[in-house]
Ligand binder design. Structure first.
Ligand SMILES: [Zn+2]
Length: 368
């Protein structure tokens, strides 16, 4: 009976897609905790599959507490979706300030995100979910995901990140572009802090569950790839290294730029380094970004649908020619746009399938 009365719940980790990153950002001191005394137990398959059926693995951590469902083996830059399913006897206080944290084997924090409420159906059944990404700068290998709440670590499970190679390129900058990157300017700092404050925010609205559609036709020529390792050669002889956070499309100025998914415009204004810029919030912690526009058509706060024209491409800010820079941020981490175009981010049909496999008893208690 004790067992039955114990708080129990289930965590499903659905790993989706692919990855990368670039803008410098404030470094958050990692939360350090001792190495686990024993390695996480191996994944156990819950819902097999094949063909078009979604395939998931379920990780059993503490049998009374959590299960994690995983939809694949992520590469650096791939998004991950973690779904938390409370079970009978769940005490809501136990799950306050709930977040997932991804760490390397050395304990260093690699990423993570806060959970948000995800309404599964019209009857008001709710899960908790979070979306985060494996950083594109991580070499791959073993990693650990922990679920943490106000009461401490609630669950943990191992991940193996696939290795992934990215291309390198050198970009010579003229004096104007060199100055844009190198000359200190309080306004640039303020703009960076403002953008960081936006993309680190976890809202509470799911405007779309994905997948996304590229902002220009998908077969448009790409002049920059996600995760490119870039060396900027300055006109004054110096250089700097960065990782390209998104995709560059080589479109002529004036090309319509469309919202990649439904959302709310979180930023629409000129910025020194990125020119005319738009940021759209799509679901809690997930943002799309569009840079170097010639014109901005939407206003901050506006709601947009997938495919709405939000601006015209251009060459404003630090650009060596007309192009559109399109970037996706998941819990502030650069995420491979192609991965987010490949599949849904919050798969309600898969979640319902899982819930059904766990039994109606659980499902009936999901509206807490
Ligand atoms: Zn770019």
């Amino acid at each position: 009976m004790l067992y039955r009365n114990a708080v129990s719940c289930a965590v499903y980790l659905v790993i989706s897609f692919v990855s990368i990153a670039c803008l410098s950002r404030p470094y958050t001191a990692p939360y350090t905790r001792p190495e686990p005394e024993s390695p996480p137990p191996p994944a156990t398959e819950l819902a097999g599959g094949g063909g078009d059926e979604p395939r998931f693995d379920i990780w059993r951590d503490n049998p009374e507490d959590f299960y994690a469902l995983v939809g694949g083996e992520p590469r650096p830059g791939d998004p991950l979706t973690l779904i938390f399913l409370p079970s009978s006897g769940a005490e809501p206080e136990r799950y306050t300030a709930l977040k997932a944290v991804l760490r390397g084997t050395n304990g260093k924090r690699l990423g993570g995100a806060s959970f948000f409420d995800w309404t599964l159906d019209d009857e008001g059944h709710k899960l908790k979910a979070c979306v985060f990404a494996a950083p594109s700068t991580y070499d791959g290998g073993e990693a650990l995901v922990t679920v943490e709440g106000a009461w401490g670590v609630l669950a943990e499970f191992g991940l193996k990140l696939k290795e992934r190679t990215f291309t390198s390129e050198e970009i010579p900058l003229n004096p104007r572009n060199t100055a844009l990157r190198t000359v200190p300017d309080p306004k640039k700092t303020a703009e960076s802090e403002h953008l960081w404050a936006i993309i680190t925010r976890t809202g509470d609205t799911v405007y779309t569950a994905g997948p996304f559609t590229p902002p220009v036709p998908a077969d448009t020529r790409r002049t920059g790839r996600f995760g490119d390792r870039r060396v900027y050669r300055y006109s004054n002889g110096g250089s700097d290294v960065s990782v390209h956070a998104g995709i560059d499309y080589g479109v002529p100025a004036g090309t319509p730029v469309r919202a990649c998914g439904a959302g709310r415009v979180a930023l629409a204004r000129g910025r020194i380094v990125t020119g005319n810029s738009i940021v759209i919030e799509h679901l809690p912690g997930l943002y799309s970004i569009y840079y170097h526009l010639d014109q901005i058509i939407v206003e901050e706060g506006a709601l947009v649908n997938e495919g709405d024209t939000i601006g015209l491409s251009g060459v404003t800010g630090l650009a060596t020619g007309p192009h559109l820079h399109w970037e996706l941020r998941t819990a502030a981490e650069n995420t491979d746009p192609d991965a987010l175009c490949d599949r849904v981010i919050l798969d309600s049909s898969a979640a319902k399938k899982l819930v059904n496999e766990r039994g109606e008893q659980i499902y009936a208690e999901l509206s807490w």
